[in-house]
Every structure is written in C-alpha cells, then in structure tokens.
Design a protein around this ligand. Structure first.
Ligand code: 5CA
Ligand code: ZN
Length: 480
C-alpha cells in the first residue's frame, strides 16, 4: 500500500464510528471492499494482530485442560433442526448449501452459524462413561450468520472469521456450572492480556443463548458509551444431551444424560482492543499483540551516518535475540513522516538513535501510549525495552479500567438511567420479574445488559416498576 494512497487524515477518536472505519484501513487491519456484505479481508498487518491475539487464547485454553480440534463446516438439515430452541434462535441466520455442482442435494447443508449441531452427534458416539468427563474441546473456525442488523468489520460479520468455540461435557449440572465459571475467569484473563477490562454479567432469561439454561457474558465498554459483547459462556443443562441422546454410565451403573456448556469469542476481541486503546494518531497496541513492537529510527546527518546505521543494526539484532519484533525504518522519509506511519500502526516503542545519543551510549525511547521520551543505555537495551513493555501494558490496562469505572453510573430513577446510558452503563434496582424487566426496557429504550456477576446491590431497594423490595441491581446499556 503506497503511502501516497493514504491522503485521507484519520478523524479524531471522538468521531468514533468514522475513526474506527478509517483506522481499519489506514493501519492496514482490514480491507472492507470485498464484494459480499458482511465479509471482509484481513491485511497481513491485521492478520498478525489476529495471530498473536489467538495465540494468547490458545495458550490460556490449552493450559486449562482444553484440547483444540476441528469439525466440519457443513451441517445436515436433519441434525441442525433437532433442537427446537436452537432452531428458533438461528433459523433466520443460517446459510444453506443446496447444490453440489448442478445436482440438488437430497439433504440441504447448513453453513455452521455455531457448531453444537455438528459436534453433538459426534459427542453422542464418543461419550460412554463418567470416566470420559470432562470433555473440553475447542475449535477456531469461520462461522456464518445471515445478520440482518447493520454489519461492521470485526464487530458484526456475516462470516465470523475467527470464531473460537469451546464445547464441554460433564456428569452433573453443578460440574457444568463450575465450567461456565471457569470460562468466565479464563475470558477475563484473556482480556487482561489485551489490557481490556470487562463487565461480567448474567444475561436476562429472554436474552440467553438459544437452547441454554443461562448465559454469562463478558462486555467491553466502547469509546461511544455502548457496550460490545466480547465473549459468552452458556450453561446448556441437559437440553442438547436429551436432543442428541448423549448419555453416560454413572458410577452406580445408571445411564444418565450428560450436562454441557459452550463458550465463544470472536474477532470482536480485536475490535475492542483497537477501539479502547487507540487515539487520534491511530492504533495503540498492547506490546504482546503488536506485529512490530519496536521501530528503530536512525537520526542521520552527513557526519557519522555509517556509525549510526551500524549501531541501529546492532540494536536490532540484540532485540531480535531477546524475542522482540523490531524494524529499522531506513526509508528516505523525513523523521516526522516516519513517526506518523509507525504511530498509526500502534508500535508500542520507538527508539531514536543519532550521533549525539551514540556519543552518550544511549537510545531515546518514545512510548506510544504516553508519548514520553526516556533514555535507555545501549548496553542494557534488551532489559530496558522489555521493562518499557511491562509499563505500557500496565498503563493501558489501568487507564482503560479507570475509564470503564468512570462510565458506570448507579441510578435511582429510570429517567436518570436514560440520560446516563448515553455515556456508559447504568445500574438500577430490579425485582427480577420478567414483566418488570421488559417494562423497564420499554421505558428506557435500551436493554437490560445483565445481572452483574459481582453484585452491585446497595442493600434493600425498590424495583422502579412494581416497588417490590430487592437487593439486586442490573446493568442497563446501549449495545452493539
Ligand atoms: N455476527 C457476529 N460477528 C462477530 N462476532 C459475533 C457475531 N455474533 C456473535 N459474535 C461473537 O461470538 C460470541 C459467541 O457467539 S454466541 O452466539 O454468543 N455463542 C455461541 O455461538 C455458542 N455456541 C458459544 S461458542 C459472542 O459472544 C460474540 O462476541
Ligand atoms: Zn418489579
């Protein structure tokens, strides 16, 4: 992509929607010009961010007893149509393959919108005894959903290109409940590594996953005050086990239906990371997922050019040795134009090395998150750079966490909720009855996001609709 093509300037971040769309292009994350609505193309730079993000997801899942696998994309109609709730929830979203070449297929095949109905007929064949449990498998695949709402790259796709779905099987309802809790903790840890603080809540019953007993959700606060659902964990009870006849021999010799969970993350993880940390100059990437972690800018004058370049190359070699992804920008652009380009790409650390710095045996380190310039002595460049990465990671998380906390408003009146959700998420008492919840949503014009998993009740309060006493407060928010 030639620099000249990028004449357009990046809008300020407070024009979030335009900023987001321009940034995906200017930082070379995604090309949105693919000729099918809701399908987009990864640029290599964006794909490198996806790789490192999903390496973190794999590491955390693999280190907690999960195994990665791969199931087919196409699901025969008769299997897909088995679970009534699941069908109701997905029948408007499923793409169907009806022909092989010119031959009409005798059984239409669904493109998986999610893989319960691909996996569970196989689980039925695999599960025999309680000794088989827990089964904890996941796959990272593309899934297809005929989304009718406004599609957006990384946020609402028709082809979800990076759909990590885990599907687990257990002996009891309680074991599955514990697994949902583990999934929520693992997701919180994944997002901690992306320096993204999260809201964790139980979705209201009318908003749970089709076929689930309940859904726990992980939401991010986006810069425009709307929340983005960036992960969900579902307790499936024995609903699918009964539908797909997944039974096991219990220790007492009885045949019992199994209990299941499933939990998913998509490329919304990257949308949240880009949106929360970015600024008016472009991406600000947590070091662990930055495709380029350090860019070295040689400050060249006529005199001493060779020494400066030699020193830059030596620093590059040493940083590579230390496992750092590092580039030298030897292009003939002015330093200012170089800074612009690498700041747009969110490179966490810039090292400037000129003749004077060489004389002082230092490099000037410029942090992308704070813009602060600090000297690092050349003999300690590896340790100095890795230390800066840690400081950047912590600063990004703390800044985002403070921002999130500042956007949670405990309200007492519904009118106040309407006002506060323009800026973030509101909490309000709720008696838990569905009719009160739906009445609240009507009055406010926004949905109940969920009941916080860490209670935010303030003792005995009154439901704003029916006046019943309650100790529960719920999150209310505008959502993507
Ligand atoms: N159209 C979409 N585009 C991008 N991400 C999506 C889309 N639909 C859902 N997601 C993400 O995928 C996650 C899992 O999707 S889900 O429907 O909630 N859950 C499932 O499909 C379950 N089978 C768990 S894997 C959601 O939490 C959301 O973050
Ligand atoms: Zn009520």
């Amino acid at each position: 992509m030639a620099e000249s093509e990028k004449e357009a300037a990046l809008p300020p971040k407070e024009e979030f929607s335009d900023w987001y769309n321009e940034l995906l292009w200017m930082a070379e994350i995604m090309d949105v010009r693919y000729p099918v609505k809701g399908l987009y193309v990864w640029y290599p730079f964006g794909f490198a961010i996806r790789r490192s993000t999903y390496n973190i997801i794999r590491e955390i899942l693999d280190n907690s007893g999960h195994q990665e696998t791969l199931f087919p994309l196409l699901i025969p109609e008769n299997e897909f149509m088995k679970e009534a709730e699941h069908i109701k929830g997905f029948e408007d979203e499923v793409y169907w393959v009806t022909h092989g070449g010119k031959d009409p297929l005798d059984i239409p095949l669904a493109l998986r919108p999610t893989s319960e109905t691909a996996i569970y007929p196989m689980y039925k064949m695999w599960v025999r005894s309680h000794a088989d449990f827990p089964i904890k498998l996941y796959q990272i695949v593309n899934t297809f959903r005929y989304e009718t709402k406004h599609t957006r790259p990384l946020i609402r796709l028709r082809e979800i290109t990076s759909f990590k779905e885990a599907h687990t099987v257990h002996a009891t309802w309680e074991d599955a409940e514990a697994q949902v809790q583990e999934a929520v903790e693992l997701y919180t840890e994944i997002y901690r590594r992306l320096a993204v603080p999260v809201l964790r809540s139980r979705r209201p019953d009318w908003d749970k996953f089709p076929g689930a007993d309940y859904t726990d959700a992980i939401d991010a606060m986006m810069p425009d005050g709307k929340t983005l659902q960036i992960g969900t964990a579902h307790h499936l009870g024995d609903n699918f086990a009964k539908t797909f006849d997944i039974k096991y021999e219990a220790p007492d010799g009885e045949q019992r239906y199994a209990y299941q969970t499933c939990y998913g993350i998509s490329e919304r993880s990257i949308a949240a990371t880009i949106s929360i940390h970015g600024d008016d100059k472009g991406l600000v990437l947590p070091p662990e997922i930055a495709p380029v972690q350090v860019v070295i800018i040689p400050i060249i004058f006529k005199k001493g050019a060779e020494e400066v370049l030699a020193a830059c190359r030596d620093v590059q070699e040493r940083l590579k040795e230390a496992g750092v992804k590092v580039e030298i920008d030897e292009s003939d652009l002015r330093p200012g134009a170089k800074y612009y380009r690498w700041e747009m790409k969110g490179v966490p650390l810039r090292l400037e090395i000129g003749p004077r710095d060489l004389g002082n045996n230092v490099a000037i380190a410029v942090r992308r998150d704070t813009g602060k310039k600090e000297q690092i002595s050349l003999p300690e460049i590896e340790a100095g750079v890795l230390q800066k990465f840690e400081a950047i990671q912590n600063n990004l998380y703390e800044k985002a966490r403070d921002e999130l906390e500042s956007r949670i408003f405990d309200c007492t009146e519904l009118e106040e909720v309407k006002e506060k959700i323009q800026k973030g998420v509101a909490t309000i008492p709720w008696c838990g009855k569905k009719e009160c919840g739906l009445a609240m949503e009507d009055r406010i014009g926004a949905g109940i996001l969920g009941i916080p998993l860490t209670p935010r009740g303030k003792g005995k309060e009154k439901c704003p609709i029916c006046g019943a006493e309650t100790e529960t407060r719920v999150y209310i928010a505008r959502t993507y």
